[in-house]
Design a protein around this ligand. Structure first.
Ligand code: PRX
Length: 636
């Protein structure tokens, strides 16, 4: 029996039991057999939920890029590692082999070194989905620099906040990006952001759109000429198992974004293992995850997990609607994609379009379909199953988080019978628990509660950059000796898990995790705004959309509400990014508050969702009368 590649349900149960009974020996066997180490670990796991501190494979030494690239060169040097599909369908796709990837990564690593980047330095990567993004990530890992990829849809302010939080020394960006029929001036956004950042010494610029941007003397350098003269070999930096590999920011329910820190060995072992099993990847397959590398899905399941398995991983620069709504399916047909991994919001958006966009293409290469990022509704699941998978492809509804590093609860194709809307069973080594509000574990089946994980797993984030206390408070304080996910879940009669959504003030919009507090902070900067509250409400395509309640300052002036709405959304766009814009903005004279002054978001959420039959007891509010006003003026 192979621990590494599970092939049927009975094997899953056997492996799962073993992984729970003796986690150390379970993970040790996998680490030993499937990876390349410079030095073996002294200890598989040590942990302390109180501190909290988690160490996997302590004492081991390795470089993750040797595992993702070098060790494949002898056996599959000429196989495509990254298959780049450009935004423009008329531009040729690029097949980057493992040999070529090796050379590209080494050259980039040498450029980073020549520019003064050393082990432990933070490098911010703000790039579109072009090969240089994956190469830059791996080049950092090659030399032990900590990458912090910022999604290239974030605004200059959001970028600056992230650069400053981790004191990045360098930014790698491009002159611009292609997005469907539009181009975006990324360099301009970086220039604007860097006005507020002192730590950045160098900006390396990829020429992607040939827009002839201005280069700041002494700071900005075109990347290509530096790569042209760089050596194509670079000895990997030998890293300790627990050395940080990257920082990735995720929204919190309050305050600034949290720089989740992932470390090297455990992250590698877990992402590689889950990639192999959840997608049942076999040699010769062509795997495509449509996420952006700016999110954890792209880190773990476009770059590290697939490459650690010697896979062919597709990277798509464009959008599903360009040049038309058939683009995804055209790419599947063209490259004979075997595993396809996307977000429910994309499925819902495409399901609304004419089926001709699907039927034009041959999708018979597909073997496994996946979803991630938010709960998938039943209708979207069936559309995916029938029209894309033709009812012959298992669908894996994968639940996980930026913080978990890798997939936690998911069917294993051909092993776990799938049920729409259920992420089903925990992967080996993952021990979920449902907790009640008093902090007691709810045992048995047909129950629901707050989803926690009660035993460490290798790819868990180890801290929040620069704020370990916040890490402790956010994830390890609500329930003793447990990691709290922030999600609610139910466990059905056979033990399958269904994620019911966030129980905190994070709203998942089109699969993007958005904290309401930073959006409120942005709105409150508007000179006319006194106070605001943001909630999520169900949306047909996006899963959730954002609804804003805004109290204006009393100035005696009358203002045009439509203009105000535009200005508020512009502010949000500038401070956070267009993804955080509000779909509906209601102006109100007050917000329902508790006697201690806390906004009752539960009530606002219900009103925005048009679900006012059971608002609960509002009489204990500080201002019960305001509830009626809010209800009367709700925007439908
Ligand atoms: O609420 C859960 C939801 O997305 C959150 C994590 O968001 P993020 O850190 O951005 O990572 C997204 C990609 C891994 C979770 O707390 N979520 C993620 N996957 C699912 C999901 N909700 C339901 N079903 C899923 N499959």
């Amino acid at each position: 029996m192979s621990n590494y590649h599970i092939k049927h349900l009975e094997e899953y149960f056997q492996v799962y039991r073993k992984s729970v009974r003796n986690p150390e020996s379970y993970w040790e066997e996998i680490a030993e057999e499937h990876f390349m180490w410079h030095k073996r670990w002294d200890n598989v796991l040590s942990y302390d939920f109180e501190k909290p501190e988690f160490k996997w494979f302590e004492g081991a030494q390795l470089n993750i890029t040797e595992n993702c690239i070098d060790r494949h060169l002898r056996t599959r040097g000429d196989q495509t590692a990254i298959l780049f599909e450009p935004n423009n369908p008329d531009e040729e796709a690029l097949h980057i082999t493992y040999n070529e990837l090796h050379d590209r990564v080494c050259k980039m690593a040498n450029v980073l070194k020549a520019e003064g980047i050393e082990k432990g330095d933070r490098v911010c990567i703000y790039l579109p989905m072009i090969p240089e993004l994956a190469v830059a990530v791996l080049a950092c890992a090659r030399i032990g620099a900590i990458h912090s990829v910022v999604f290239a849809g974030f605004s200059s302010t959001a970028l600056a906040t992230r650069i400053n939080d981790s004191n990045c020394k360098m930014v790698i960006t491009s002159d611009g990006s292609f997005r469907g029929s539009k181009t975006i001036d990324l360099k301009g956004i970086v220039d604007e952001g860097l006005k507020k950042c002192d730590s950045v010494e160098t900006v390396l610029v990829v020429n992607r759109i040939d827009s002839g941007v201005e280069m700041k003397e002494g700071r900005d350098k075109w990347l290509q000429p530096l790569l042209d003269t760089a050596e194509a070999t670079c000895e990997p930096e030998i890293m300790d198992a627990e050395d940080p590999l990257f920082i990735l920011y995720t929204s919190g329910s309050t305050g600034t974004p949290k720089g989740m820190v992932h470390t090297t060995a455990g992250y590698m072992v877990y992402t590689a293992f889950t990639f192999k099993n959840v997608f049942q990847y076999r040699d010769g397959d062509v795997y495509w995850c449509t996420a952006d590398i700016g999110w954890i899905t792209g880190h773990s399941y476009i770059v590290y997990g697939p490459l650690a398995n010697g896979a062919t991983s597709v990277m798509f620069e464009g959008v599903p609607s360009y040049p038309d709504y058939g683009r995804f399916w055209e790419i599947v047909d063209k490259h004979k994609v075997t595993q396809f991994y996307t977000a429910p919001t994309a499925i819902r958006a495409l399901a609304k379009e004419n089926l001709e966009h699907v039927e034009k293409y041959d999708l018979s290469s597909l073997k496994v379909l996946g979803t991630v990022g938010e709960p998938i509704n039943e209708e979207a699941w069936h559309w995916y199953d029938e029209n894309i998978g033709k009812k012959k492809c298992p669908i894996v509804d994968t639940w996980w988080q930026t913080e978990t590093g890798g997939i936690m609860i998911s069917p294993i194709p051909y092993s776990t019978p799938a049920i729409p809307t259920f992420a089903t069973l925990p992967l080996p080594g993952i021990q979920p628990a449902l907790m009640d509000e008093e902090g007691k574990e709810i045992k048995g089946n047909q129950v629901d509660g707050r989803l926690c994980i009660k035993f460490p797993w290798p790819s868990m984030a180890r801290t929040i950059w620069g704020n370990h206390q916040r890490y402790k408070d956010t994830y390890f304080s609500a329930f003793k000796n447990m990691y709290f996910t922030g999600d609610g879940a139910l466990r059905d009669s056979v033990g399958y898990y269904r994620i019911t959504g966030r129980v905190d003030d994070v709203v998942i919009v089109s699969g993007h995790n958005l904290g309401t507090a930073p959006i409120e902070d942005a709105i409150n900067e508007h000179p006319a705004v006194a106070e605001s509250a943001i909630v999520g409400y169900p949306h047909e395509v996006k899963g959730n959309a954002l609804y804003g309640y805004v109290i204006l300052k009393e100035t005696g002036e009358t203002r045009n509400q439509d203009n105000l709405r535009k200005e508020i959304n512009q502010l949000i766009s500038d401070r956070i990014g267009p993804i955080a814009k509000l779909d509906k903005i209601q102006f109100t004279s007050g917000l329902p508050k508790t006697r201690s002054g806390k906004i009752m978001r539960r009530i606002l959420r219900k009103i925005a969702s048009n679900d006012t039959s059971n608002l609960g007891d509002t009489s204990t509010l500080l201002n019960p009368e305001v509830v009626q006003e809010v209800m009367d003026n709700v925007i439908k």
